[in-house]
Design a protein around this ligand. Structure first.
Ligand code: PLP
Length: 370
């Protein structure tokens, strides 16, 4: 039986983004065993590269064998015990998901909502933290469902003052924006590989502070997920090298190459490239009647949410996205949740944050609207 032909796409949605050929080539290298010293050397390189990108010296910084949602689950289920209080900022779909994961871990969830397309109100978050004496405070740094970049420092300060643990979702920010977990005072953070790192989905880079690990060690109850229990994972990813589960060898080769590419470019240049690409996109779209959802101060460069002009609504936004895919090989995302049908989400992530990708999309949209 022959395999179906896989079409070439330019992936300009909210993720995954296109994978660099060097990453794919790295993933095609011969398999090693997960305890082979040659593989463990690659694991150590990945851990060191992730520390630099996350802006942390945390010993337990590792690629979890799961997607971003699994990283979210790992951070929350390790730090929360049944009956604990958690303050969670909800400014889009992924804040909502955090609430559900924390609730299933047995936490009393205090949610602080923001209108979608705006950031969380820092004073409201601080008031909720002061009121509920939470074990954990959690929110999303780069909310992919709205295109908002959430400032971290003020909420982190309120968390610290309350003696709580801060969990930060960096799925869409890692590799696109500079991160400073240690300076910010983040205790646990997770990300994804399929966005600004331009690797395939399947791994969740994550980092846990020494303070977070002390909390895990002091738990009264075992972590309800055996697979995501970080004290068990630390036995393999730390120095003991005790088998826990078979590491996804090829995916880790790919991540190592993705991280190498980020370092070759440098994070400052990478951020600049993302900002320039987003500027070019929004300028071009404005001429076609698309308007950004998010105030300029809080806009993510790697994910632009844009309101749609009447012409797009006449054709039907889903129909137009379909034509972009079928006729032009370009994927863009629609709105999620409360924003479904009202906007597009256009990702210029990692390798795709380039003028030629922007111009290809603008040309296709212009042609379809003519
Ligand atoms: N958090 C954010 C901000 C995301 O954008 C996503 C995915 O798009 C996730 C979490 C969940 O990641 P995954 O789909 O890899 O499980």
């Amino acid at each position: 039986m022959s395999a179906p032909a896989i079409p070439e796409r330019l992936l300009l949605g909210p993720g995954p983004s296109n994978v660099h050929p060097r990453v794919l080539a790295a993933m095609g290298q011969p398999l090693l065993g997960h305890l082979d010293p040659a593989f463990l050397e690659i694991v150590e390189d990945v851990k060191a590269g992730l520390r630099r990108l996350f802006g942390t010296a945390n010993d337990l910084t590792l690629p979890l064998s799961t997607t971003g949602s699994g990283g979210m689950e790992a951070c929350l289920v390790n730090l929360l015990e049944p009956g604990d209080h958690a303050v969670i900022g909800v400014a889009g779909v992924f804040g909502e998901r955090m609430c559900e994961v924390a609730r299933r871990a047995g936490a009393n969830v205090h949610r602080v909502d923001a209108a979608w397309g705006t950031p969380l109100d820092e004073a409201e978050m601080a008031a909720a933290i002061a009121r509920s004496a939470p074990r954990v405070v959690a929110f999303v740094h780069a909310e992919t469902s709205t295109g908002v970049c959430q400032p971290v420092e003020a909420i982190a300060a309120a968390t610290r003052e309350a003696g709580a643990y801060l969990v930060l979702d960096c799925v869409t920010s890692l590799g696109g924006l500079p991160l400073a977990l240690d300076d910010w005072g983040v205790d646990a953070a997770y990300a994804g590989t399929q966005k600004c790192l331009s690797c395939p989905p399947g791994l969740s880079p994550a980092s846990f502070s020494a303070r977070a690990m002390e909390r895990v060690a002091a738990r009264r109850t075992p972590v309800q997920s055996w697979y995501l229990d970080v004290s068990l994972l630390a036995a393999y990813y730390g120095h003991q090298r005790v088998y826990h589960h078979t590491a996804p060898i090829s995916a880790i080769y790919g991540l190592a190459e993705g991280l190498r590419r980020v370092e070759e470019e440098g994070m400052a240049a990478r951020e600049k490239r993302h900002r320039e690409a987003a500027g070019r996109l929004l300028e071009g779209l404005a001429l076609l009647g698309f308007q950004p959802l998010v105030d300029e101060r809080f806009r993510l460069p790697q994910l632009s949410a844009v309101r749609l002009p009447p012409k797009v609504m006449e054709i039907g936004e889903a129909e137009l996205r379909r034509r972009l895919l079928d006729r032009w090989g370009i994927e863009v995302g629609g709105g999620l949740g409360a924003l479904a049908g009202t906007l597009w989400r256009i990702g210029l992530m990692g390798e795709n944050a380039r003028p030629e990708c922007v111009d290809r999309l603008l040309g296709a949209v212009r042609d379809e609207l003519d």
